[in-house]
Design a protein. Sequence first.
Length: 188
Amino acid sequence: MNSEVVSFTITDDDDDEVVEGDDDDDGLGTFRVSISCPPIGTSRDLSRYTNVLTFERSLAETFCGIYIQREKTDGGISLIPYARSYNGHPWESAPGPYASPSQNIDCSSTEVGCQIELAPLSADGDSYIILAKDGKVDDAKQIARFLEMTTFGPTKAEIEALAADGDWHRIQSSIRPKSNGYGYHVTS
């Protein structure tokens, strides 16, 4: 019997989910769901999916995260980090003490994105969501972060001065050293 293979691609209305696969006349086919990050500032419910999914890497200057959404007893919602991709990097387990362990992330195939297993959820009402945030860092944020790492903490005036001048090393070398108040001097 001669089998004909039919390949297809289906994209949903939001252009953030692609279903690819092939089917032959035996009724058994191979299908792969590929999910991209939603538009910045939005989220998408993943509760209709189970098991292993393919997630595309985030775009440049974008943070994309998979979270477990849990309803609190007071009616609020908490988000438990599960996995993340940022600035085009491969997906990885979310770091931190409150993150849910996500051990089955496979990014070995660069063609199809990363395979991520969504583990069974432990509580009724929990669901997986994917959300995207703007990952751009403006100059003031970068300067403040740099000064946090290189000083004992920046002041707003130091951030503004560095933003205006841009040469931190020159600024630092022009500052006169302050005495520690003890007046120790080394003599030979």
